[in-house]
Design a protein around this ligand. Structure first.
Ligand SMILES: Cc1cc2nc3c(=O)[nH]c(=O)nc-3n(C[C@H](O)[C@H](O)[C@H](O)COP(=O)(O)OP(=O)(O)OC[C@H]3O[C@@H](n4cnc5c(N)ncnc54)[C@H](O)[C@@H]3O)c2cc1C
Ligand code: SF4
Length: 446
């Protein structure tokens, strides 16, 4: 039963050909497209929509590829209500163009029909090593490979994709879609060395000795933030990513169902109010939890989760307990509940403790309050300067270079956990810095 539920296909269904054409034809092809202004990577939105409207799907994909290496992913998980679609002029009539779904349609159509053939690229510009294969690493890989660089990505997991593969659940982002995008990069000549942890297995020094001209650190943020409270060492208290990764490994056939830390019938409390909390809560629903409650110390309007994610969680019967600040894990030997203190909202959005307490009965408590970078690779002792919170410090010139010459960084490990498209935008800027650096190196004969 659990497997059946977990294998549920994506909730948001694809457009049919007719639906895509009809939606694309609604676009006004604005002279000053607000949708493009709202897109962090400035995708050529009206141009690709216009190509779809004319039935030229290959051309639509060529246009998207000018700015993005991950269109099928972005078309599914970008917070488009805040970005392109949120800016579309047709919001004035409450009928914005469904840009994400059109991008997804074009990308899927291309993969199914093999519309675009990869041109041969001569790799004579230099050798780039990338650490981490999430959206930031994949973006630098695709752009540098197209510019004629030999690119190798080192990834500690057994399969590339970063959070796209091991974090975002299948019901929001099919892993086959992620694998398709990665195969496209392999077609550009990008080499993936998985099961390789930079730190213990290889080091930045050893990569330079192997002849890499520049290195890009895109290791994201994978150390969960803790929420110390009495009783938090009891079995049944876990981190959201431990759950999401276990589910993904189970779906890949790597671990049995018993490795998933939530079981059918469990009463679950998820602490946090971001997208990770929503993913954990909705995953628990699919695992057959008897009740799932999200506890958050502030109000609905302060949640960082996308509104659509919040609405979908509510539609799936996830309950929300606002103004509940976690204080203690209740239970003798195992978890029996979460004790919280009621908070009173203030006008400025802050909250004040009231001295009133309550308990939410629970068998499992899942913490989803954020992540930070791992200091094994970045930080004191390995020459990569970080700020007080452990994020890598980079420069403006050449853009994205760290305190170590030739070592660049981008994505969540620099900018704090954000979104797929913001990691891509940061990575695209770093590509400019890396190219400038490599060209200067060649000029100086280094
Ligand atoms: C559960 C969850 C749901 C999310 N949902 C959304 C969403 O719907 N929409 C959205 O836009 N964003 C979402 N995000 C945020 C988004 O996924 C991240 O902002 C984005 O993946 C960051 O990309 P990145 O490339 O910087 O890092 P990551 O995707 O974290 O990739 C880092 C990679 O580096 C590897 N690595 C780390 N250390 C080493 C090492 N020493 N050696 C080798 N490899 C290493 C890791 O294994 C990983 O593969 C979500 C995040 C989470 C956790
Ligand atoms: S703003 Fe809306 S209508 Fe105008 S070009 Fe963009 S998607 Fe089309």
């Amino acid at each position: 039963m659990t497997d059946e539920l977990l294998k549920q296909m994506e909730i948001d269904k694809d457009y049919t050909l007719e639906e895509a054409l009809a939606e694309a034809k609604r676009c006004l092809n604005c002279a000053k497209p607000l949708c493009r202004t709202g897109c962090p990577i400035e995708n050529e939105i009206p141009r690709f929509i216009h190509a779809i409207a004319r039935g030229n799907f290959g051309e639509a994909n060529d246009i998207i590829a000018e700015r993005s290496n991950l269109p099928a992913v972005c078309g599914r998980v970008c917070p488009r209500e805040k970005q392109c679609e949120g800016h579309c002029i047709l919001n004035r009539a409450n009928k914005p163009i469904n840009i994400g779904k059109l991008e997804r349609f074009a990308a899927d159509f291309e993969s199914e029909h093999g519309l675009r053939k990869q041109k041969m690229i001569i790799k004579d510009q230099g050798k780039i090593g990338i650490i981490g294969s999430g959206p930031a690493g994949l973006t630098v890989a695709g752009d540098m490979a197209r510019l004629g660089y030999e690119v190798t990505i080192f990834e500690r997991q057994e399969e590339p994709g970063g959070i796209l593969l091991y974090g975002i659940p299948e019901f929001r982002l099919s892993k086959e879609v992620v694998r398709r995008e990665i195969n496209r990069l392999k077609g550009l000549g990008v080499v993936f060395e998985c099961n390789t942890v930079i730190g213990p297995d290889k080091t930045i020094d050893s990569l330079f000795e192997e002849g890499y001209d520049a290195i890009f650190i895109a290791t994201g943020t994978h150390v969960p933030m803790e929420l110390p409270m009495p009783g938090d060492d009891k079995p049944g208290v876990l981190q959201a990513m431990a759950l999401l990764t276990a589910v993904q490994l189970h779906q890949n056939g790597r671990v049995g169902e018993d490795a998933i830390p939530v079981s059918a019938g469990d009463r679950v409390v998820v602490i946090g109010a971001g997208n990770v909390a929503m993913d954990a809560a909705r995953t628990c629903v699919r695992l057959g939890a008897s009740k799932v409650t999200v506890a958050y110390r502030r109000g609905e309007e302060n949640m960082s989760a996308l509104k659509s994610e919040y609405e979908e969680a509510k539609a799936e019967d996830v309950e929300f307990k606002f103004y509940a600040s976690p204080k203690e894990v209740v239970g003798d030997k195992v978890v029996e509940g979460l004790r919280y203190e009621v908070q009173a909202p203030n006008e400025d959005g802050s909250v004040t403790p009231t001295g009133e307490y309550g308990v939410i009965p629970a068998d499992k408590i899942i913490i989803a309050i954020g992540h930070k970078p791992n200091s094994r690779l970045v930080g004191p002792g390995n020459g990569i300067e970080v700020n007080k919170d452990g994020y890598v410090v980079t420069r403006e010139m050449p853009y994205g270079m760290t305190s170590r010459k030739g070592v660049f960084a981008g994505g969540d490990v620099v900018h704090k956990p954000a979104t797929v498209v913001l990691a891509m935008r940061a990575a695209k800027k770093v590509v400019e810095g890396m190219v400038n650096y490599c060209e200067a190196k060649r000029f100086l004969g280094e």
